[in-house]
Structure formats: C-alpha cells, structure tokens
Ligand binder design. Structure first.
Ligand code: ADP
Length: 777
C-alpha cells in the first residue's frame, strides 16, 4: 500500500461528524464498532470515523455511508456497563474511504489521506476570511453563544483551512451541512461555502428571533390574563363569591334588563336582586328570593302579539272550525267588528252559556286563532279561595302567585285571549272577596293595576281579552252578570251532531291518532249509530270519546290482522262498542195511569223528567220521593191544592184527601237545577192517578201552575225540546207565554214535534189524558 493509503478499522457515526483537529467524545455500542476500537487500540490507535447517510441504519453498507471522513487518533476510552465504550478521539486529517468491508467482525476500509489544497489567491481568501469574521460575529450575537478559550488559541496560529474547520465544527449545523464542509479539500472553496452557510444561519436566526418575539408576546398576553383571572378568583373567594355564583347573579342581572319591567317592578326586582347578592346565592333565604325573581322576570310585562282584526278572516276561521252555531258566530263577529272600529277590545266580557260539550271552549279558541292571540284557559270550577285568584302573600310558606298570574306567564304575552271556564261553578267564600277579586280581573276600569298578593306588584291585564263560560246563569252573581254579554250556546239535534262528527270530530281524531288517509273508512251509518245509539247528550263530548274509541279499536284490528284498510259500518261499531245503550223506544210503550213525561232543563242541557204518582188508602198525606229540590216540593204542594180545589171538575172524589195518600216519585235523572217547571207534570199525574184516566205516553210537557190553574212560562224551551226530540216524543205541551221562544227551536225539531200551547191546566189535560175531560169555568 502506498504511503497515502492506510488500512484502518472504520466506525460509521450516527448523527455526528468530526472535523480534523477537533476533539470528540462519543459512545460506542454496536459490536462491530466496539471491535474496531479494540482493534485500533491494539495497533496505532488510529481509526477512521465517517458519518452514516441515515442515522437509523444499524448495519450500513458501503453506499449508506459517506466516503469522506476523518482519520482520528483514539486518545482515551472507558468501558461502560452493557459492553459499551465511551471514546475520546481527536480528528487528524481528512480521508477518503474505499473498499469498505466487513472483516473479522468489524468494518475495515482503505483510507486515502486527503491534504488541503491551499489558497492561491491570497487576497481573495483573506477577504473571505474578513467577511466570515464579520458574519460569524453577527452569528454569535444573534445566537447568544460565546467562544471558548481553545477556540481563540487555535485561531491564532491556524491556517485558513483549519480556520474553516474550527468554525464549521463550532456552528450548530445539520450533519449533512457539516459533511459538505468536510468534503471540500480546496480551502478557497471551503471559505466560500462557509460564508454561505453562516449567512444562511444568520437569516434563520433572524427569522427565529422574529417568530420568537411574536410568540413571546402572545404567551405574555395569555399569561397576563391567566394571572388576572387567578387574582379575580382569589378576590371573589375572599368576598365569598365563587364563580358559579357570580354567573348566576350575572344571569339575573341580564334578565332584569331584558324583561322590560314596569317602573315599580324594576325597583322591586332590583331591591330583591341586591338582597340576593348580599345573602349569597347558596343561602336558604336565597331560594325564596330566586323563586320570586323567576316569577317576576318570566312574566310578559311588555310582550304583545299583533291583533288581526280582519273580520272576513275571523268569519272564515270560525266557519272552518265549527259547524252550525250561526247565532254564536254572528254575535262574536259583531263583537269583533265593534272592537275594530273602537280600536280596543274593551267593553263587556263575552260569556258563553250552554251545556257541556257544545263547543264553548273550542269556539273561544277559534276566536283566539282568528285574532292571532295566544289562548289560555283557567277553570273556576270549585275555586273557593281568593288566594287561588290573587295568590298568597310571600310571608306564607311555599307561597306562589295566583292562577291569573300563572296563566299570564303561560301565555307569554300580555294580550292573550283568556278563557275563564265554569264561572257559574265558582264557590262563594264567606267574605265575598273571591267575587271581588274576579270582578277586579274582569273590570276594564280596574284591571290595569291587578295586584297579586305574592308579587306585590301591579300587573296590567287591560290588554287581555277575557271570555267566560258557564253551564247556566244561575250560579253567577249579579255584579258579575252586569259586566258580561251573554251568548247562549245550546245543544245540538241528531242531524247537527252527525254533521259535527263527520266534518269535524272524525277528521280531527283521525289526525290525532296519526291514521293515514284511506286506512280507516267510517261510513255514515256508523256515525249515525254512534250518535243515536251510543250517546244521548246535548253536546258532543261523549260522542267524541266514542268515536275515539272506535278509531282505537279499528287501529288495533288493522295492526293485529295486518290489514290494509278497514271499513267501519254500523255493525262493526256495535261489535266494537258492545250492545247499544239507547234506542228510541226507551220511553214507555204504553199509556199508563199516573205516569207523565215532564221536561227539565239542567246545566247539562235538557232532559226528560218522568213523574209517577200512586194513590193508596190513607189519610191525605202527600209523600214526595226522588230527586226533588225545594222549589219542586212547593210546586207539588201547590198542585195538590189545585187538585183538591177542583176535584169535582175532574170527577175525583171530593174527600180523597181524607181517605187517600198520594205519593209522588221522580224515579231517575239527576236534576241539579231546582227548577219549578214541573207543576203541570205533577198535576197531570195526580189527576190521572186519582181519576183513573191514562196518560198519552207520546206526550211530554213543561210548565208551572198557579193555584188558579194558569200555566206559567218556563226557561230553556230550546234545550227541553231538543231533549224531547232525542227521545222520540211526538207532542210537547208548552206554556202560552213561551210561544215566542219557538222561534229559537231548530227547524229539524219543529218538523218532528207538534207543539201545543197551553194557557190553563185544562189545555194540558185535554191533550195529555186519554178519555173525555169535562170543561168547566
Ligand atoms: P264546552 O266547552 O262547551 O264544554 P268543548 O269546546 O270542549 O265544549 O267541545 C267539545 C268538543 O266538541 C271539542 O272537540 C269541540 O271542538 C267539538 N265541538 C263542539 N261543537 C262543535 C261544532 N259546532 N263544530 C265542531 N266541533 C264542535
């Protein structure tokens, strides 16, 4: 081998490289490298160190290492635990590797010693050096690094090639970049390359610095906020407010400013809010304050819906949603028209009076729909205590506002349509304050400052449109009646019920039950059966329930039997609902003695009122049993006196009152209304029983009597005649003074029933009793 060539053990370096004249510490772990060190140590301590192209490779092949590296002298080595060696080497000269091979368990190679090609153009090289010096100073300043002593010492005597190597080794460069410097043998080229590298590094450092300060600014800001927040927390903790608490308080504060409260309400709420702040959100008292604040803040102090006072639209909505009820609709339209002109909805309160299930509530809802107002409903049935209307004072444990305020909260707007249901069922409290409270609510002069006991604030109800309902006018106090405009909503005929069922109830219920179009077909005869044989009410509420029940049964069959559609006819209704409940031959089929069909008018509509009289041996006692109110008892006594006084006329034993007892019984039917209109019925039954004459079972009657035998007018003729019609009665005897009321009786009823006008008891008897009746006086 020539002088310039050496055969040396080789260690491929991972992630580092070594310049000539530099001292390097590194650990050796790979078996082959350990063997190489040991081999070198056993000869002249020389070894060739060269960088791997890829540090990750464990056993590099010739082309996975650079071919220019550094011949080094191993100055020292120590064994480390785990067969590792820590080696201290000093670079000596550049070398070029060839014949890289695995030999005797280590890498060997032939190394050509590379000498520097020194600089020929001295000035140029000096100039480079100066530039490098300057750039290097800048680099040091930017990087903040400082030179060590050895560096300065070496610099003194070093040539330019070495100078480059020292600086190259000092710079924090990537292995590849350093490798580039190591590979340059020509000093001038090396100088040039070094200058370029330093300039590049300076640029990188400058950019890093700029980014660094930007990031630092950002970090500083975040830190500052964090610090302030932490401080705030400590302050809040000191003050006894934790984060949750201040959040809750803040929410209240926001709500207070958003609620558009009245001046009084705002003052009061702020007062309570401050109290809440001082007691702390978690305290026991705070729960009470919060409930109060929630109530006040949830009320629609200043929220309104816009009224649609288009009368045409109102008429359309009412017609669309309700069958018939022409008078009612007309009155409502008039009412709205007047309001439209006067631009307010002040004025008398509408009161819809009629039996249950005739659509009072739903027509009120339609009014709300047509006006575009919210609808709220509150039932007064059974309300006994003023507090239910006006709330309990806050001092009362568990106090809440009254139902008026509750409903207003539900409405969410200050101008809803507010339905006060069953105003006639309201109980009377002993102080009369309940009625007063309701009067205040309904009185447009007073209700702008309605005061609830719990709120202790005035709430303006003057924009509310109140509508009330009642079954009858009897339970309503005079002052209340004075403020209301009564609209009677009476019961329906069978035909009307049929139409309502077909056009309204059925489609509505099918929709509610999510029945697809065409799956359940309910035939007209099924509806008729439901109307005639399963219900006998004035309204349509039971009818609605029965239809719903038929629909449910139909759906069950559809699903259970996996059918496509079901046609429901009259027979299927009977199968679904069981034996029919009512038939037209419910009435006595024969004429009997002492049995008369009267007609009554109750809060639930009209009804028949059968009266039975029996006469037995006795001493003139008059016995009354069944559902009789006080007034009816009086009526029975008056009738009894009339019969006694006129016994002769009716071929009755004049002394019957000495020998016979009379028993009047009203066998069925709840007659809550203490109506006196059964006078004629009782007299007819008594005379029939005493004279032994039969009563025509197809006749029904209504009327009161005087002691002289005059027939006095009664109320509720329309309801009564509807009841007679439902029962299949053919003749109805009515008082002469009620003749004018026939105008209100539906045509369908008038076409089926003959109305006989009676002025005196005799007119009644003549038409009801079978057989001759003597006419006198
Ligand atoms: P009320 O308030 O008089 O007791 P509702 O308003 O509760 O009666 O009526 C009972 C049901 O009958 C409701 O579903 C209602 O829509 C319906 N109804 C009553 N009358 C009619 C009518 N004339 N047209 C359409 N549906 C009606």
């Amino acid at each position: 081998m020539e002088n310039n060539f050496l055969k040396l053990p080789v260690i491929p370096l991972r992630g580092v490289n070594i310049f000539p004249y530099m001292v390097l510490h590194f650990d050796v772990g790979r078996e082959k490298s350990v063997a190489a060190v040991e081999e070198a140590m056993s000869t002249d301590q020389k070894i060739f160190l060269v960088a791997q192209r890829d540090a990750k490779v464990e056993e590099p092949s010739a082309d996975e290492i650079y071919n220019i590296g550094t011949i080094c002298h191993i100055k020292q080595f120590v064994k480390l635990p785990g067969d590792q060696l820590r080696v201290l080497v000093e670079g000596e000269q550049r070398g070029k590797l060839s014949n890289f091979a695995d030999e005797k368990g280590m890498f060997y190679g032939d190394i050509e010693i590379l000498e520097d090609i020194s600089c020929q153009e001295e000035n140029e090289c000096e100039a480079y050096k100066k530039l490098i010096d300057k750039a290097f100073d800048e680099y040091l300043e930017l990087s903040g690094e400082s030179l060590n002593e050895i560096f300065t010492e070496l610099e003194e005597e070093s040539g330019l090639g070495r100078y480059c190597d020292i600086i190259g080794a000092f710079l924090m460069l990537k292995t590849e970049t350093k490798q580039e410097l190591i590979e340059i043998v020509d000093v001038k080229e090396r100088l040039e390359k070094l200058l370029l590298i330093i300039k590049n590094e300076i640029e990188v450092l400058k950019i890093e610095k700029a980014i660094g300060s930007k990031i630092k600014n950002k970090v500083n800001k975040v830190q500052k906020e964090f610090y302030l927040r932490e401080q705030l927390k400590v302050i809040q903790e000191e003050l006894g407010e934790d984060d949750e608490e201040s959040k809750e308080l803040k929410q209240y504060e926001e709500r207070i400013y958003k609620a558009k409260l009245s001046k009084e309400a705002k003052d009061k709420v702020l007062y309570e809010f401050n109290r809440l702040k001082s007691t702390g959100v978690g305290s026991q008292e705070s729960a009470v304050i919060k409930t109060y604040l929630d109530w006040v803040l949830d009320l629609p102090w200043n929220k309104f819906t816009k009224d649609n006072l288009d009368i045409k639209n109102a008429r359309e909505v009412l017609d669309k949603e309700h069958y018939g009820l022409e008078d009612v609709k007309e009155r409502i339209i008039e009412y709205l028209a007047v309001r439209k002109i006067s631009k307010t909805l002040k004025g008398p309160i509408l009161c819809l009076v009629g039996p249950p299930g005739v659509g009072k509530t739903s027509i009120a809802k339609s009014v709300a729909n047509s006006l575009g107002r919210k609808f709220v409903r509150m039932s007064l049935g059974g309300v006994k205590d003023e507090a239910e209307i006006r709330g309990h004072r806050k001092t009362y444990v568990g106090a809440i506002p009254g139902r008026i305020i509750y409903s207003m909260k539900q409405a969410g707007y200050r101008n809803p349509l507010f339905l006060l249901d069953e105003i006639d069922k309201m109980g009377a409290d002993f102080k009369g304050s309940l009625a007063d409270a309701l009067l205040e609510v309904l009185d447009s002069e007073q209700n702008s400052t309605f005061r609830d006991h719990y709120l202790e604030l005035d709430f303006d109800l003057s924009k509310v449109l109140f509508i009330t309902t009642a079954n009858s006018l009897e339970g309503i106090s005079r002052p209340l009646l004075d403020r209301m405009e009564i609209i009677e909503v009476s019961g329906y005929t069978t035909e009307e019920k049929f139409q309502i069922a077909k056009a309204h109830l059925l489609p509505k219920l099918l929709k509610e039950h999510n029945v697809e179009d065409g799956k359940l077909l309910i035939q007209d005869n099924a509806i008729s059966t439901l109307v005639e044989n399963y219900t006998r009410e004035t309204g349509v509420r039971t009818l609605e329930r029965k239809i719903a029940s038929v629909i449910r049964k139909g759906i069950t069959e559809l699903v259970e039997k996996d059918k496509n559609k079901i046609i429901i006819n009259s027979n299927l209704v009977k199968k679904y609902l069981g034996p029919v409940i009512y038939t037209y031959d419910d009435l006595d089929k024969e004429d009997k003695i002492g049995v008369v069909t009267g007609l009554a008018w109750t809060g639930y509509g009209g009804d028949t009122l059968p009266v039975e009289v029996t006469v037995m041996e006795g001493d003139g006692k008059l016995q009354l049993t069944g559902q009789l109110g006080d007034v009816m008892k009086e009526s029975a006594k008056a009738g009894f006196s009339y019969v006694r006084a006129n016994a002769d006329k009716y071929e009755i034993d004049k002394d019957f009152h000495k020998k016979k007892d009379i028993h009047i019984h009203i066998p069925e039917g709840a007659i809550p209304k203490d109506g006196p209109s059964a006078g004629v019925t009782m007299v007819t039954a008594m005379i029939s029983a005493l004279s032994g004459r039969k009563v025509n079972h197809k006749v029904a009657m209504t009327g009161e009597i005087t002691l002289t035998g005059r027939v006095l007018p009664i109320g509720g003729l329309k309801e009564k005649s509807l009841a007679a019609y439902r029962m299949g009665i053919k003749t109805v005897i009515i008082p002469k003074d009620n003749k004018k009321d026939l105008e209100n009786v539906p045509k369908a009823v008038k076409s089926k029933i003959k109305f006989i006008i009676a002025d005196k008891v005799d007119d009644v008897l003549q038409n009801a009793l079978i057989g001759e009746i003597e006419h006198g006086n």
